[in-house]
Write a protein that binds this ligand. Structure first.
Ligand SMILES: Cc1cc2nc3c(=O)[nH]c(=O)nc-3n(C[C@H](O)[C@H](O)[C@H](O)COP(=O)(O)OP(=O)(O)OC[C@H]3O[C@@H](n4cnc5c(N)ncnc54)[C@H](O)[C@@H]3O)c2cc1C
Length: 631
């Protein structure tokens, strides 16, 4: 029985929200992966062959419902970590031998395949293994089809951030795969929302602020005027306005370096209350401001970090130029985010799996998943395959071969490689490679990625946003801490829905935090929160939040929500150095620097290896790893 509240939200409505692959619910696929105990020898023949990618209907970007770390992608790895019974002896030797086996088909793994061929030659044989049903890792494409029209969203990695600062290797890779960053200055319509008088807004919810209210004009109206409409105490309003408009030095008399040292060890929350003296009533307005960029609330991010990104309170402190002031415009965005970088890499590695030739045509190109893994091709990308063991044949120092065992469709297989690049997560490497020195395993385990969710909601039109005068909304007390109309990018034959009467993808961000606890504890709790939350809970919260925030513009969640894709990333941003909780390590002491040392014929790539959650960093680490095994 559906409750009346659920009915009002449209919970019973038949939107596209269930994962179906080859006509079989993903939940069933999940049971294939449910146990890591390998079948007894001979059993694999009794099972139907597992080759979902060969099905003409196999097209993961168009799946809706729970995506990101989808069911069926993580169970084997979790069982490995939990000490599942691994009978590697029964793994079937496929007889394949590659020059390089790459574990992880994210940007770093694909970049490793690219750099290896560049170093060794295009005839080099490379196998890329990934546990997901799609390639790209966090660089995830979400497609929606509405009335014959294609709408594209990004399910992870958002934009190419600050390309002029990239290393020669990362910039060169982007160029080689066909990306001309200048092209975005016309592809990204930087005036659209301004021309429609849309601004940023804040949605104050009744559970946190006593009343539901959407206030438009954040940052574009004078603060006292904007705050006058907010359900906040007078003291909170005055304090917030003072913080944004004031020029107070909250650490007077200290030299700049000392100020920075103090701010580095002070959370932004403590800066606000203890240094800037704002009332505790104002804290809920700020608590989740940092969620999207750091995947932590203001209690666990240092004041120095937020100063660099232009947060308020530091205008009078004479700290120098911020990163926000020197940042390039944030316009380097494909409609599917950096999934297009992954797709262009795949085009370079397996050309006929990604039809087309330009950065424009890749936007609407339909990947042919059946062509990713073919014996005659020098590069093969094998999806739905979780590596469970990587070991040298013989002594690591003298070995010429690495054996890689993986699970696919519930069965274990073994391939060989002349070398192996681990472009997965640092934290799984100790379980994959028991032969690594214990100290290195400890260092690798330090990398605890932070969990977050990118949700995409297809709505029938965006007239409610137009009526309310907002294009993005910060929701400090919300289940998702913010949502926004998609970036207005038209590229190739893809046209952004520029008229409010057109359907639109709304992008929402949720970060499961537990304020007040150390950062790593928050990440751990958040990961289990994400894995334990059903799609139904997400859907209900999304309908409730959008319905309430946009009701003044006539938005009706029953009528207006057409499809939902929740991209959950329990292992999201790479762990980054946190000044509040981590020791003051020298460069050589940093666990990720020590952990990424090559071991025999095995090298370690991925963004964890630099503790920096960026696409160009994932590429840089691939380049370093390849140099270590091909030099
Ligand atoms: C939500 C989100 C938004 C982001 N936005 C931006 C942005 O706007 N700009 C930017 O520059 N960066 C951004 N980043 C960071 C950027 O996405 C990453 O730094 C980069 O994509 C990481 O690439 P990677 O290959 O190192 O890791 P991943 O993308 O995580 O790829 C690793 C792959 O290895 C797979 N794997 C793990 N273990 C195994 C195994 N045992 N067997 C087989 N496969 C395995 C994983 O499942 C995954 O598919 C964002 C990250 C997230 C999560």
């Amino acid at each position: 029985m559906i409750s009346s509240r659920d009915r009002d939200l449209g919970m019973g409505r038949a939107i596209t929200r269930r994962d179906f692959l080859n006509g079989v619910s993903i939940a069933l696929t999940g049971t294939l992966f449910g146990s890591i105990a390998l079948p007894a020898p001979g059993a694999p023949e009794k099972r139907p062959a597992f080759n979902p990618e060969q099905d003409p209907g196999y097209y993961p970007p168009a799946l809706t419902g729970m995506r990101g770390s989808h069911e069926g992608s993580f169970e084997v790895a979790h069982a490995l970590k939990d000490g599942g019974a691994l009978d590697l002896g029964s793994a079937a030797d496929t007889g394949e031998r590659y020059d390089l086996v790459v574990v992880g088909g994210g940007i770093s793994g694909l970049a490793a395949a690219y750099f290896f061929r560049k170093a060794v030659g295009l005839k080099a044989r490379v196998l890329v293994l990934d546990n997901h049903d799609d390639f790209g890792g966090h660089a995830k494409r979400n497609e929606f089809h509405h009335g014959g029209r294609l709408l594209i969203g990004y399910g992870g990695t958002q934009s190419i951030d600050g390309p002029s600062t990239f290393s020669a290797e990362a910039a060169g890779l982007l160029r080689d795969v066909g990306i001309k960053v200048k092209r975005f200055s016309t592809a990204f319509d930087q005036d659209l929302y301004k021309s429609l008088n849309l601004s940023r807004g804040v949605f104050f919810d009744r559970e946190s602020f006593g009343a539901d209210r959407l206030v438009a004009g954040e940052g574009s109206r004078p603060w006292p005027e904007f705050l006058a409409e907010a359900p906040l105490s007078e003291q909170a309003r005055n304090d917030i306005a003072r913080l944004y408009d004031g020029k107070t030095d909250y650490l007077p008399g200290l030299p700049v370096e000392e100020k920075k040292a103090r701010l580095a060890k002070t959370s932004y929350r403590d800066f606000l209350t203890d240094m800037a003296g704002i009332t505790k009533d104002a804290l809920p307005f700020f608590q989740t401001r940092t969620n999207s960029f750091w995947a932590l609330g203001i209690d666990a991010v240092s004041a120095l970090e937020v100063w660099k990104m232009g947060y308020p309170g530091f205008q009078g402190m004479d700290l120098g130029t911020t990163r926000a002031e020197t940042r390039e415009p944030y316009i380097y965005h494909f409609p599917d985010g950096n999934a297009s970088v992954a797709r262009l890499l795949v085009r370079t590695l397996v050309p006929d799996a990604m039809p087309g030739h330009t950065m424009e045509d890749v936007v609407t190109s339909r990947a042919d998943y059946a062509r990713l893994d073919r014996p005659q091709e020098p590069v093969r990308v094998r999806l739905n395959s979780t590596a469970v063991r990587v070991e040298h044949t013989g002594r690591p120092a003298a070995a010429h071969d690495v054996k890689v065992t993986y699970i696919r469709g519930g069965d274990a297989y073994r391939v060989r490689g002349g070398a192996c690049v681990l472009a997965c997560y640092n934290s799984i490497i100790p379980y994959l490679c028991p032969e690594l020195p214990e100290e290195q395993k400890r260092d690798l385990s330090y990398a605890m990625r932070s969990p977050l969710v990118y949700t995409n909601v297809l709505i029938r039109d965006w007239t409610a946003f137009k009526r309310l005068g907002v294009h993005s909304v910060y929701a400090p007390g919300g289940y998702h801490s913010g949502f926004q109309l998609d970036f207005p990018v038209s590229l190739g034959s893809y046209r952004f829905p520029a008229a409010p009467e057109e359907p639109m993808v709304v992008h929402m961000v949720r970060v499961p935090t537990s304020p007040g606890r150390p950062n790593r504890e928050q990440h751990k709790a958040g990961r289990w929160d994400l894995l334990g939350t059903s799609f139904e809970t997400f859907e209900r919260s999304i309908r409730d939040q959008l319905g309430r925030a946009l009701s003044g513009g006539g938005f009706d969640p029953v009528r207006d929500i057409e499809a939902i894709t929740v991209n959950r990333w329990p292992h999201g941003y790479a762990y980054e150095y946190n000044r509040l909780f981590d020791p003051d390590w020298s460069e050589e002491e940093k666990p990720w620097v020590r952990g990424r040392k090559p071991f025999g014929r095995i090298a370690i790539a991925n963004s964890d290896a630099a503790a920096d959650a960026y696409t160009h960093i994932a590429i840089d680490q691939a380049w370093r790893a390849v140099r270590e095994i091909s030099g």
